[in-house]
Design a protein around this ligand. Structure first.
Ligand SMILES: *[C@@H]1O[C@H](CO)[C@@H](O)[C@H](O)[C@H]1NC(C)=O
Ligand SMILES: *[C@@H]1O[C@H](CO)[C@@H](O)[C@H](O)[C@H]1NC(C)=O
Ligand SMILES: *[C@@H]1O[C@H](CO)[C@@H](O)[C@H](O)[C@H]1NC(C)=O
Length: 566
């Protein structure tokens, strides 16, 4: 075939296909119908995904007509940026055996006998073929894979941030792939995190990330478009994970410090207030002088970022563990009394709460270092989990506890179990002394009508599925809104998954091939225009088969064309 014609035909197929794939990849949340759940009434049990999707369109076209929740959190689980530790021949000569073979051959080595020298050369050459070459090929593949992975993650962050318009963003721990890495590699990975995967994102400033106290400054207002709201859109609330700082048995001051330097503090709270514009509703709020009998507080959303890496024992550094316990206690001591309505606690942490085997993919699992210290754990211990349920959230199995043991409204978001899970923790108060904390999948809890049952205090915990390619490039969308009639916050959660990394690679490779083919075709065209008559030479050779006597054809002069017809 003739290059230009062939290329033109190939491009006719390639261009529409590449354009369609690229469109899909770059607009994937639109094609998948991803959106933050819309505020809905309690009677509605299933989120209305179609309405939420339409509302997102409206936010892009006529922002003022949107009914979106005032707090929308883009929650990303376990990106786990890998690096040198997963490249086989990192810091090694790629073809070591070839170098040695050369050294033996060129008498640069100590070897008394020529026979042994040649045997050595032969060995090295075999190793070169069977070790060095596969090793190098695999290392090159891994390097390309890591490079692409940074941009694959970036694609998820950038595209979802653009389409779904979150007000806040969090990464739920395991930002990096290993706690064992040295300073230099740590810096390299943080550079990749901020300058590639989460480009445009910023760490939460230390002065904003406050320690819980009786007196506090608001981190911002919800539902108000001010400079603070703009700043929060680009900030990333980073949670410390085991691969960032290590489990209790590995967590040292140095590891914690370098994490906090690069990604922000590991334990703090943020309080956001939702101004009530309805004057009548606003007048019902508690006020020590004017309205002392009200149990309604100014609506507030409290985000608590807990480093739960060293809640379980034994810990390598006791003083760090004491600090974590003190932090959790101060979170509890500065929370509003359980009898009051209007506050919502959003806990962001890494390791999921305790649940028996079979509820989620990860079952309870602990290993310890030889000298003591937690080496690995899948879930928190049951005791540490109670610290969240009964402490931070004030839930209680005893119906005579303050607020009938029903505790504070809120939700726990975490990562760690890459598969993700959506659970409901509850305690049956009518079981008397036998009662204990139970956990079940959220959908079955809802089907059984457990949430909201007065004698059954409970809490939802969402373990966000990992955003790594192997787990489908998932992202969590959490909406939190305020119900002025019940004076309670409500929330809903949805997932949006790009799909594995292969499609991302496929589209970019396809686009590259298309561009190359287009460029080659362009060169042919330019060459043709410049006088190298590729097209017409080929045409004459094909359209001039040995013509047998055919009067009609013979009477038309070759190349005359239609214009000359009468
Ligand atoms: C991102 O890149 C810029 C420019 O190279 C650099 O100044 C900055 O320190 C990088 N950020 C991080 C977190 O490494
Ligand atoms: C709501 O009430 C508080 C006092 O409880 C007041 O400070 C605030 O200005 C009121 N908001 C509006 C919108 O009137
Ligand atoms: C709660 O406990 C009571 C008394 O033991 C029992 O009858 C009821 O079925 C339990 N409810 C659930 C949802 O387990």
């Amino acid at each position: 075939m003739f290059p230009a014609t062939l290329l033109r035909n190939v491009l006719r197929i390639l261009i529409p296909f590449a354009v369609a794939c690229t469109f899909y990849l770059y607009l994937y949340p639109v094609f998948l119908g991803c959106a933050f759940p819309l505020p809905q009434s309690l009677e509605q049990t299933e989120p209305n995904t179609a309405a939420a999707f339409q509302d997102t369109w409206r936010q892009h076209v006529i922002p003022s007509s949107s009914n979106a929740a005032p707090f929308r959190l883009l929650a990303l689980g376990d990106p786990q940026l890998e690096g040198d530790t997963s490249i086989r021949n990192y810091n090694r000569e790629p073809f070591l055996h070839l170098t040695w073979a050369f050294r033996h051959l060129s008498f640069q080595t100590d070897q008394p006998s020529l026979r042994k020298r040649f045997r050595q050369v032969f060995h090295d050459l075999v190793d070169f073929w069977f070790d060095d070459i596969p090793d190098t090929a695999e290392s090159i593949r891994k390097r390309i894979d890591l490079f692409g992975n940074d941009f694959y993650l970036a694609h998820i962050y950038r595209t979802l941030k653009w389409w779904t318009k979150p007000t806040h963003v969090t990464v739920l721990g395991d930002l990096l792939g290993s706690q064992w890495i040295r300073e230099k590699e740590f810096n390299r990975r943080s550079w990749r995190f901020w300058n590639r995967s989460f480009k445009g994102g910023e760490r939460v400033p230390d002065e904003v990330a406050t320690y819980p106290g009786e007196e506090y400054e608001l981190a911002g207002l919800l539902g108000v478009e001010d400079s603070n709201a703009t700043a929060w859109r680009s900030r990333i609330i980073n949670v410390a994970g085991n691969h960032d700082v290590g489990y209790a048995g590995d967590l040292t001051v140095e590891r914690l410090e370098r994490f906090e330097r690069a990604f922000g503090k590991a334990a703090y709270e943020l309080r956001f207030e939702l101004p009530i514009t309805n004057l009548e509703a606003n007048a019902t709020v508690y006020d020590a002088e004017k309205n002392p009998d009200s149990n309604r507080l100014v609506p507030e959303l409290r985000i608590v970022n807990v480093n739960n890496m060293n809640l379980d024992t034994p810990a390598a550094d006791q003083s760090l563990q004491d600090k974590t316990y003190a932090f959790v206690n101060d979170v509890i001591n500065t929370a509003s009394a359980v009898e009051y309505l209007g506050h919502f606690t959003l806990v962001l942490t890494h390791i999921p709460l305790y649940k028996p085997e079979g509820v989620c993919v990860d079952a309870p699992y602990f290993t310890f270092h030889a000298g003591g210290g937690v080496k690995e754990q899948n879930l928190l211990s049951a005791d540490a989990s109670r610290g969240f349920l009964e402490g931070i959230f004030g839930l209680n199995g005893d119906p005579n506890a303050p607020g009938q043991g029903r505790g504070r409204r809120g939700v726990v978001l975490n990562g760690h179990d890459h598969e993700g899970c959506d659970t409901y923790h509850y305690i049956n108060q009518t079981e008397g002394d036998e009662r204990q904390w139970r956990a079940t999948r959220w959908h079955s809890a809802r089907a059984d009508g457990l949430p909201g049952k007065p004698e059954m205090p409970g809490l939802r915990e969402v373990t966000v599925r990992s955003m790594m390619g192997g787990f489908g490039g998932n992202a969590g969308l959490l909406s939190v809104w305020f119900d002025e009639i019940d004076w309670e916050w409500r929330f809903e959660f949805a997932n949006c998954a790009l799909g594995r990394q292969y499609f991302w690679w496929f589209v970019h490779t396809l686009d590259l091939i298309t561009l190359v083919v287009l460029a080659v075709y362009g060169i042919f065209q330019v060459a043709a225009a410049a006088g190298f008559d590729i097209e017409s030479t080929t045409v004459t050779t094909t359209s001039n088969p040995p013509v047998k006597s055919n009067k009609a054809q013979a009477s038309i002069p070759v190349g005359s064309g239609d214009a000359k017809k009468p």
